[in-house]
Design a protein around this ligand. Structure first.
Ligand code: ADP
Ligand code: ZN
Length: 725
């Protein structure tokens, strides 16, 4: 028997399979989808078995497969197929596609032979008579006797005893070792639920037919009880003895959702996210491989879990950026999920309070089934949202906190209620705006905020290259009041401490959550009211449910609005609605204060009125005018090189190539410098392709990609449906 093995080798050019002989001792165990070690040149390297065959016609002498890496692990047919789709969609190599689908404990090069965790017991290995004889024979071996006596009732953990004596007993064959594999995560305390779904929730569950492929958009305001809908759907699926995958955007969110799932489903759940240790991930993966769970809850890569007999996939907060991987392979988990659902003929449920424009457009066109939950559960009301004009505050020397926010924060403290403050410092390049009139530099051709480049002292458009020199005075009001702003969460914490010395403040951002379990810890402490104010980046905006929070403050709404990207309006709308949704989730009425230098901004007005549809229509107008998604699809092509001139030359070649090959219906923009022009001394140029229908695009891109395969001076990076351009 022979196996075709896909080789894991770094060079892009070796993305093909080689035939190996299957040695006799592996014949019965080897399967398609297994990972093996094979000789390659003078080395031994990893590969996947992608085909097994009886006949090999070439006369060329074959080498044998060395060994199987982990017999526990096989990529099943569905995943082998999904891997092909992944490769097609992202133009990545075959081997990268299959690697992407595996948890790192399964793909590391120097793989530990075994991640399994065992409990090690000892138990008696002789009958009682012989044990007694031994004890009688050696009356001075008191320690040995103690151990033997303790084991008379049955086995006991080896670690309970001094290993010196245990080893001696082992040597004499009086005791033996029993190893029992355990899972690091074990939740066997289910809590019975007694939630009666309300009418909207029931209606949502009923509208989803479990027996056919369909994408459903569940549009429910924050606090409308979407999680209960998911749980009910999954219960129905499990009752039919089928399985479910539920995706959540990030770990900070996972904590509460996962706990809810553990409460309801106990050990029937495997979880999967980057916050787990390698060992935990290995265990969770095994649970799935061994068909011990019906439900997987996890972040983006959980879409690749080898769960069999899939009955539903649910994607919570479907608008989240985290579902798109922003490094190679640049896949969208929603796209992958849709593929799996289609093959299995089962529903895909996309849930959100603020659906992505793409999803909403499809729902309105009837491509997706649209399900609405417009009300909060029970008596909870949506919070009252108001805008504070920071232009007047700055004149009162309130650079960070407006008077009204200060006042509201301190009254919350007095009443023993909690507050959340959002400051999203995701934009790195500084925005220049006028502190007097609020003017921000925008591109006349792209309707996008320009970015200040300190080194060259100019202000640039990242789309079309339009550039102006930064002057001394504001072009609008002619005051000498241009400023760059940049306030981060760390500084905010300091300032808040000064403002409210008695408040107990906790910060949640990338810096404070590096350690394992830090997210959960912060959330738990805040929930237990060990703190009065939680401040942080967008991490705090989603999913969290704290009944005592009655005030949410957004320190600088402009920070997200001014990010130079066509999606910044959409991101702002969803971020602010989400964070506003943290307030007033119980009987206590919630209130939201949004501070901005741009109080007339239409997106902010829509947030205040809680009017998604208004925002949707307004933003769709912008997208249409500027030919952006969902009216057009985008592909971004980046050319990167350490050699500035070469990159510039190659990117022009790429443009000519595309112009020649693509149809006239395609809009090609650029080349321009990429958003971040230089990273690690590598210069990056970018071309954007906009298209509605271009059937040959992927094959043309694949050819183009192939042209750079062997070029080690210049790299090409193709991103279909990029998050940012
Ligand atoms: P969403 O995800 O839509 O923002 P959640 O699922 O977090 O909303 O639900 C909001 C709150 O309402 C939660 O505390 C949840 O336990 C509660 N809840 C949901 N459905 C019901 C119900 N039918 N009856 C009572 N409480 C509910
Ligand atoms: Zn422009």
């Amino acid at each position: 028997m022979y196996a075709d093995v896909l080789i894991e080798y770094n060079a892009k050019s070796v993305d093909k399979s080689f035939t190996y002989l299957i040695p006799n001792d592996l014949k019965d165990i080897i399967k398609i989808g297994m990972k093996v070690i094979v000789p390659f040149g003078s080395k031994k390297i990893y590969g996947f078995v992608i085909n097994i065959k009886d006949i090999y016609e070439d006369s060329y002498e074959l080498k044998s497969i060395d060994s199987i890496v982990d017999p526990n692990f096989v990529l099943n047919d569905e995943l082998m197929d999904l891997g092909k789709y992944l490769q097609e969609r992202t133009l990545c190599t075959k081997i990268v596609a299959y690697q992407t689908m595996l948890p790192s404990s399964m793909k590391v090069k120097e793989q530990k032979s075994n991640y399994s965790k065992y409990l090690v017991y000892i138990e008696l290995n002789k009958d009682i008579k012989e044990i007694d004889e031994y004890i009688e024979k050696y009356p001075r071996r008191k320690k040995h006797k103690e151990i033997l006596d303790a084991l008379r009732d049955g086995r006991s953990l080896k670690s309970n005893y001094d290993s010196k004596y245990v080893n001696e007993l082992l040597k004499e064959d009086l005791v033996k070792i029993i190893k029992e594999q355990i899972y690091r995560i074990n939740k066997n305390n289910k809590i019975e639920d007694n939630v009666n779904l309300n009418i909207d929730q029931k209606n949502a569950v009923d509208k989803i037919n479990l027996k056919e492929f369909k994408v459903h958009l569940l549009h429910g305001v924050t606090g409308s009880g979407k999680t209960e809908v998911y749980i009910n759907l999954i219960k129905k699926v499990v009752r039919n003895n089928k399985c479910a995958i539920m995706l959540v955007p990030e770990i900070s969110l996972t904590a509460q959702v996962v706990n809810k799932f553990y409460d309801r489903f106990g050990n029937d759940v495997a979880i999967f996210h980057s916050g787990l240790s390698e060992g935990e991930r290995y265990d969770e993966y095994l649970k799935i491989l061994r068909d011990e769970v019906h439900i997987v809850v996890g972040t983006r890569s959980a879409v690749f879990m080898p769960i069999k007999n899939l009955g539903i996939v649910i994607i919570d907060e479907e608008h989240s950026d985290t579902y798109k991987q922003d490094s190679n392979p640049r896949y969208s988990a929603i796209d992958m999920a849709e593929y799996r659902c289609r093959i299995n003929n089962i529903p895909l449920v996309l849930g959100s309070a603020t659906p992505s424009l793409e999803s909403m457009a499809r729902a309105l066109k009837g491509v997706y089934n649209y399900i609405e939950m417009p009300n909060r559960v029970g008596n909870a009301k949506l919070p009252k949202i108001s805008i504070v004009d920071m232009r007047t505050e700055i004149k009162k020397r309130n650079a960070i906190f407006s008077d009204v926010l200060k006042f509201k924060l301190s009254t919350r403290l007095e009443k023993g209620e909690q507050s959340i403050l959002l400051l999203n410092r995701r934009g790195y390049s500084t925005v220049v705006s006028c502190k007097n009139c609020g003017y921000t530099y925008k591109c006349p051709h792209c309707d996008i905020t320009l970015t200040y480049h300190k080194t060259s002292n100019n202000i640039r458009c990242h789309y079309c290259g339009y550039t102006v020199i930064k002057g001394e005075i504001c072009p609008e009001c002619k005051e000498r009041s241009l400023g760059e702003h940049g306030l981060g969460t760390e500084k905010l914490e300091l300032e808040l401490n000064k403002l409210l010395p008695n408040a107990r403040i906790i910060r949640m951002d990338a810096d404070t959550t590096r350690n394992k379990g830090a997210h959960e810890d912060i959330i738990k402490k805040f929930r237990n009211h060990e703190y009065d104010i939680l401040l942080g980046t967008q991490m705090i905006s989603k999913g969290l449910d704290f009944p005592l929070v009655t005030l949410v403050g957004v320190i600088n709404a402009d920070a997200t609005l001014n990010i130079p990207d066509f999606r910044s309006g959409e991101r702002t709308y969803s971020l602010l609605s989400q964070v506003a949704g943290r307030a007033g989730r119980s009987d206590l009425l919630g209130e939201v204060i949004i501070q901005t230098y741009d109080p007339d901004n239409y997106t902010l007005k829509c947030v205040c009125n809680n009017n998604y549809m208004d925002f949707y229509n307004y933003e769709m107008g912008n997208r249409k005018k500027l030919s952006y998604p969902p009216y057009y699809y985008l592909t971004s092509i980046k050319i990167a090189s350490k050699d500035y001139e070469l990159a510039g030359k190659e990117v022009n070649k790429v443009r000519n190539y595309l112009e020649k090959k693509l149809s006239n219906n395609v809009i090609i923009l650029g080349p321009t410098t990429a958003n971040v022009f230089k990273i690690n001394d590598v210069y990056r140029f970018q071309i954007i392709v906009k298209y509605k229908r271009e059937p040959n695009l992927f094959s043309i891109l694949k050819e183009l990609d192939g042209l750079y395969m062997l070029n080690n001076k210049c790299n090409i990076e193709i991103d279909n449906n990029p998050l940012q351009v």
